[in-house]
Design a protein around this ligand. Structure first.
Ligand code: MRU
Length: 362
């Protein structure tokens, strides 16, 4: 997508795979800055501290992390050490393990001296495949938006939670890809953007939508139920960090509450994600998905711009207040209207039919 008119991706390779460039998302929406990473430890730090974030993007960043590790040492022991450390960085999004393991599995059948070139080739392919998948997700998702517009003949109101835009993927996004493509097709729409405390990824969504001229309104996380009750939401579209074979969906904390309100008000609740986000090895999301608990400081502090125009971090609660910070929750398949993947749209229970080649894993 474009930043100030320049086509930009969230991650890109440099110097024939010797390094990668990223957009440092910890500085957004206040400052747009790129950063170059040359070692797998730097990539691990970027994933852990959410300079890169969003399930599909950390999958690709993990793949490039393995490329950097193999550049540093192509021996088995070093590869396994980097593999375990990278995967442990963020436990909920399955894409990270998928991205890391795809590189490891491939290079292990090569001699150490051949591994780096092979890893670069595959990481480039995976990066490109993510872009293609997201574009396909957008095309399928846009049809759902068009269907609502065909009935309503007024702008379609879409609620989204967290950031499932180009910043959370290599390009286009998942949930937002559908919105961008619907806009391209001339469908009038408006997006309710959940703020998404504590990390406020909704501000990234608002930043993306503003850059692409998509009408949107930022709301606090607690407003969604009220808006749905008053018929101001035609559909909810969110991304995902892990989807089980039975269609349970782990996504940013607060997603489950939106799904409950949507069900109560008969608002369709869609989940958009590439197949790298589906974990075919588990079916029960509530018991099978590890939920990442993040630092209490993410709740204790907020960051914003002060009256002098400087970015400032301030405490909103004292250190003596107990704080708990689960970063994700699981929405059961029964609350999900349909899942939008690169292969098409299906009900959660039909996911396996869309990917029959995965049946052996389930
Ligand atoms: O903790 P984050 O920001 O890495 O969270 C991941 C996400 O961006 C969201 O949960 C998103 O909805 C799914 S990823 C497109």
């Amino acid at each position: 997508m474009k930043v100030d008119g320049i086509h930009t991706r969230s991650i890109w390779s440099l110097d024939n795979g010797q390094a990668v460039g990223i957009v440092d998302q910890t500085l957004l929406p206040f400052k747009f800055e790129k950063k170059i990473l040359r070692t797998w430890r730097e990539i691990q730090e970027a994933i852990g501290n959410m300079r890169v974030r969003g399930a599909p993007l950390i999958g690709i960043a993990g793949a490039w992390g393995m490329v950097m590790a193999i550049k540093e040492s192509p021996e088995d022991e070093a590869i396994h050490e980097a593999r375990s450390a990278l995967i442990a960085t963020r436990p909920t999004a399955v894409d990270l393990q998928w991205g890391v393991d795809r590189i490891v599995t491939r290079v292990m059948s090569f001699e150490p001296h051949e591994r780096f070139n092979e890893a670069v080739r595959l990481a480039e392919k995976m990066t490109q495949e993510n872009v293609i998948a997201n574009r396909a997700i957008g095309t399928h998702g846009a049809k759902l938006i068009a269907q609502i517009y065909a009935q309503k003949r007024e702008p379609v109101n879409i609620l989204t939670h967290c950031n499932a835009g180009w910043l959370a993927t290599v390009d286009f996004g998942t949930a937002l890809s559908a919105i961008y493509i619907a806009m391209e097709q001339g469908i009038p729409l408006h997006v309710w953007v959940d703020e998404t405390r504590p990390r406020n990824q909704g501000l990234l969504t608002a930043w993306e939508l503003a850059a692409h001229g998509v009408p949107h309104t930022l709301i606090v996380d607690n407003a969604g139920g009220h808006l749905m009750q008053h018929r101001d939401v035609d559909m909810v579209i969110v991304g995902a960090d892990r989807i089980t074979s039975a269609g349970d969906v782990a996504n940013k904390i607060g997603t489950y509450l939106k799904a409950l309100a949507a069900r109560d008000m008969d608002v369709p609740f869609y989940v958009a994600a590439p197949s790298s986000t589906i974990d075919w090895s588990i079916s029960d999301g509530k018991h099978g998905i590890t939920i990442e608990n993040r630092s209490a400081d993410e709740i204790r502090y907020v960051t914003g711009v002060n009256e002098q125009g400087q970015v400032e971090r301030v405490a909103i609660v004292g250190a003596d207040t107990n704080v708990e910070n689960p970063a994700f929750d699981v929405t059961p398949a029964r609350l999900v209207t349909a899942i939008i993947t690169e292969r098409g749209v299906c009900s959660p229970e039909d996911l396996m039919q869309l990917f029959p080649e995965e049946a052996h894993q389930a």
